[in-house]
Design a protein around this ligand. Structure first.
Ligand code: BYC
Length: 472
């Protein structure tokens, strides 16, 4: 179904045919805009930003580019097309038609998953609220705003589901999504990583590379849901999400490129004296964001995850492409876990290991970007390799929470870990240094901050010196 842009809330769900729902969402809309003004990108209400806006739910030609003032961005409700023959691909309900309404017995489970997903979207906008003040270029400024707008739209996607399918409880949850805030001591966001700060652009690029990629894997699992409106919402969100991870990957790559260029030109490792970010510091930020994002996959052994799967609520990554029985009651899975203070390999029932399996898929995907970043370093003839730390390193959630593990995977005493932590994770001094490089924002078209290389190409085939943001 095409998107109706004549409505106050653009949508492809025929919203105008359900007056009650339409009115409920139109009541939530001003609350969302208030939140955007208070918690969204700071001081930007009058900027014209070269943004893409979804205009069709088809993969080809789905977006339109043009200048938009962000409070006027057309946040809307877009679901990917419906397949009338779609059946549940796994679990006890395998082969049965997908649900167009919420089955009563799955109501609280589905609501909880949708709320958890929805909670991350505004959280990331809150985390990125101040980045515009220190943008390294107009190109980057535009990209953070694009991401913020689309995370706002992803919030809309989840709020639509809550309003449309969960009655009064759903409306209350939608309110709460605007009341919890990232880092708020009284009403924090639900998942750990979304209460961390994103105070600088190195953190931002690492966040969009590692944490948005958790989003990709969680959304892909929910895109397999037997609850069809959730599956279709997530499928469309994934199309938007790809750009966010591109911003992360290319952002880190451009920082690495600039660092290597300076190291080569000045024949020195001491790029801090040249106002750039040294490779060991980049590695420490990588260690932090990777480990915090690993926590987002939950416990290694999880009965929650087993139940989601058995009930048909949340599948595996690309479930329908996997060749097995899609029931998993007789399958096992090998994984590392902690036992009596050590990392041990165990064979466990496959159903209880679904979080870990998804984490494996994620880690494999994360490694691909490092290959590209390391190629830049290698081409500069520099002997340094960025590495993903061991999965047990710096964990707060799951079995490894109780261990102290080095990036290489060595288990150690707390004292030894504490004595070495400064080599592995950003110290206050590292953070202060990176912060000192930030800002004021570089706002001249085609100019870039000293610590980052220009992108290889512009947005939507525009040149790098395009005026991506007009300040009025
Ligand atoms: N922090 O059995 P477990 C994105 C809790 S990112 C705090 O493993 P489950 C985005 C858990 O709630 C993607 N608590 O749980 C990215 C449970 O509590 P109860 C977001 C945690 O449910 C960038 C207990 O520990 N989407 O989209 O299997 C920018 C037992 O754990 C955490 C989703 O996450 C944690 N990290 O797995 C913008 C998808 N981990 O029941 C956006 C929806 C676990 O004991 N969520 N706990 O009270 C889920 O699928 C699941 O809730 C989780 C957790 C995978 C997160």
């Amino acid at each position: 179904m095409s998107i109706d842009y004549t409505q106050r809330i653009p949508n492809n769900v025929d919203l105008s045919s359900d007056r009650r729902l339409q009115r409920a969402l139109e009541n939530w809309q001003p609350r969302f805009l208030e939140w955007w003004k208070d918690m969204g990108p700071d001081g930007t209400l009058n900027f014209d930003v070269y943004l893409r806006t979804a205009i069709s739910a088809e993969a080809n030609g789905w977006a339109n580019f043009g200048y938009v003032k962000m409070p006027d961005y057309r946040w809307g409700i877009f679901l990917a097309g419906q397949d009338p023959n779609r059946v549940i691909a796994y679990g006890d309900n395998k082969g049965k038609p997908v649900w167009q309404e919420v089955p009563g017995e799955l109501r609280s489970t589905l609501r909880r998953l949708i709320v958890t997903q929805g909670d991350t979207e505004p959280a990331s906008v809150e985390q990125q609220r101040l980045l515009g003040k220190t943008a390294p270029s107009l190109y980057d400024l535009r990209n953070v705003f694009q991401i913020n707008c689309e995370e706002g739209r992803h919030l809309w996607a989840m709020v639509y589901l809550l309003h449309a399918y969960f009655g009064r409880d759903g409306r209350e949850e939608a309110e709460m999504l605007l009341e919890r805030h990232s880092g708020d001591p009284d009403k924090p966001r639900i998942l750990g990583a979304f209460n961390e700060k994103t105070p600088d652009w190195l953190s931002f690029f690492m966040f969009t590379y590692f944490t948005d990629r958790d989003g990709k894997y969680q959304l892909a699992s929910l895109a397999e849901s037997g609850f069809d409106p959730l599956a279709r919402s997530c499928r469309f969100m994934l199309i938007e999400e790809a750009h966010h991870m591109f911003v992360g990957e290319s952002g880190v790559q451009r920082i690495v490129q600039r660092t290597c260029d300076l190291m080569k030109e000045h024949k020195t490792d001491d790029v801090r004296s040249l106002g750039a970010i040294d490779l060991p510091t980049i590695q420490k930020y990588l260690n932090f964001h990777f480990s915090v994002s690993l926590d987002l996959f939950g416990q290694e052994a999880s009965t929650n995850a087993a139940n989601y799967y058995t009930m048909g609520v949340k599948g595996r990554y690309l479930e329908t492409r996997i060749e097995d029985d899609h029931v998993l009651t007789d399958s096992s899975f090998d994984m590392d876990t902690a036992d009596a203070g050590r990392i041990v390999r165990k064979t466990v029932p496959a159903l209880s290991a679904l979080n870990e399996r998804l984490r494996n898929d994620y880690i494999e995907d994360c490694a691909r970007g490092l290959i590209r970043w390391n190629r830049v370093i290698e081409q500069a003839g520099i002997a340094f390799e960025l590495r993903l730390p061991h999965r047990a390193f710096n964990r707060r959630i799951g079995a490894f929470n109780e261990l102290n593990v080095s990036p290489e995977g060595k288990v150690m005493s707390e004292a030894e870990w504490k004595a070495n932590e400064h080599k592995w994770l950003p110290t206050d001094e590292d953070r202060a240094y990176v912060t000192s490089l930030m800002g004021p924002a570089v706002v001249e078209p085609g100019k870039f901050a000293n610590w980052i290389a220009p992108p290889q190409r512009g947005i939507n085939n525009q040149p790098a010196n395009f005026e991506y943001v007009r300040f009025n």
